[in-house]
Design a protein around this ligand. Structure first.
Ligand code: DP6
Length: 360
């Protein structure tokens, strides 16, 4: 599909008001998206596990406006309170998607949103937040165009979510989602995420992700600044090529359930992301001493026990500890005994692979 396919010709039904509510999860990238071009087009393809517990629930009530003058009309409530400082982000999102959902000028919206995880956890909510909002808009579009197919609905929801935040396009479906053109993945696209189209071994079902909150502070590098660092980065081209190679390698890893190779790719991706930031101009160091303590403990535990536990990182100090379902008892015990001590106020979140967003 091309961008033009997402511009609607006309709507077949007229409605005056209504309400829709969606719960959309976060996701954790295994091959990282880091670097983008104009219009939220990724510089390299990425793949993620869709999460389950970490999610945003968003309700959008809509009512036809009397006059569709300039500008969008909406109110925004976050966890029950009106949130003025979130409004510019929504306004930018509306501007970017207006061409594809032209009805948004015709309605006044009341947006009510909340997260399942604490706002101050340092966990990015843009993936779950933007995907939940995109799904609400798509649901309204479906009311105006009931002939919309499920496949088109998912693709366009992902397309719209991407315009809000790149990684959000990987939060519509589960359990593994790939985004970005990759010549060895059929159906892959820079415009939206797709459910991973190849065989995935049983061992990856119900995979666990325990998120260790090492630093709950505000992100030091916003994703916009972060992605910009890849422009004129001396290692950018090699990094983008490496992401393509890692996706190719993952194909046989997923099929065979090869956890040894899986761990090598996932940990290397996490460290490469941070290495890119350390070599940028300006440079950043987003790991904290406790991030390194945790990584070393994970490596020592793996060495001593033969466990398949591994880690990945976002653009911050928190550590995602990934492990298969059948090792959950031992690994969880290890986390409690040896890793929680490195978390800010001992806080961590238990999550696992999920199957995508739901309408409530
Ligand atoms: C490190 O999706 O937050 O988490 O498109 O600017 O909103 P924007 O960026 P964002 O970047 C995510 C970067 C990452 C890696 C990943 O999720 O693939």
């Amino acid at each position: 599909m091309i961008e033009h396919d997402f511009i609607p010709e006309r709507y077949s039904v007229l409605i005056d008001e209504g309400k829709t509510t969606w719960r959309s999860p976060s996701n954790i990238a295994l091959v990282k998206y880091w670097g983008k071009k104009e219009n939220q087009i990724p510089a390299n393809p990425s793949i993620s596990f869709t999460l389950d517990a970490c999610a945003t629930t968003t309700s959008v009530s809509f009512k036809k406006r009397d006059h569709f003058d300039e500008g969008f009309s909406f109110e925004l409530f976050f966890e029950g309170k009106e949130k003025e400082d979130f409004k510019p982000k929504i306004n930018t999102f509306f501007k970017r998607v207006e061409k594809y959902v032209p009805f948004i000028k015709e309605f006044h919206f009341t947006i009510e949103t909340s997260n399942s995880f604490p706002h101050s956890s340092g966990i990015a909510s843009s993936a779950s937040g933007m995907s939940a909002l995109a799904l609400c808009l798509m649901d309204i579009e479906k009311k105006l165009r009931p002939e919309t197919t499920q496949d088109f609905f998912n693709k366009k929801a992902s397309f719209l979510a991407r315009l809000g935040s790149g990684s959000a396009c990987r939060s519509i479906e589960g359990d593994l989602v790939q985004w970005g053109n990759h010549k060895e993945t059929d159906g892959s696209s820079d415009l939206y995420g797709i459910k991973y189209p190849y065989q995935v071994h049983e061992v990856f079902k119900n995979y666990h992700d325990t998120i260790l909150l090492v630093d709950k502070g505000q992100k030091q590098v916003s994703s916009t600044v972060g992605h910009d660092l890849m422009h004129n980065h001396p290692f950018a081209e090699n990094r983008f090529a490496q992401a393509h190679e890692n996706l190719t390698k993952l194909k046989s890893v997923f099929k065979a359930g090869n956890l040894y190779e899986f761990i090598k790719i996932v940990e290397s991706e996490a460290l490469t992301l941070h290495a890119m930031m350390m070599m940028s101009d300006p440079y950043f160091l987003l790991m904290k001493p406790n991030t390194l303590e945790i990584i070393n403990k994970i490596w020592a535990f793996r060495e001593a026990s033969g466990s398949n536990v591994c880690f990945t990182l976002d653009a911050g100090a928190n550590v995602h500890v990934l492990y298969p379902e059948k090792e959950k008892t031992e690994v969880y015990q290890f986390i409690k005994d040896e890793l929680v001590v490195y978390c800010e106020n001992g806080q961590y979140l238990c999550d696992r692979i999920g199957y995508g967003a739901n309408k409530l």
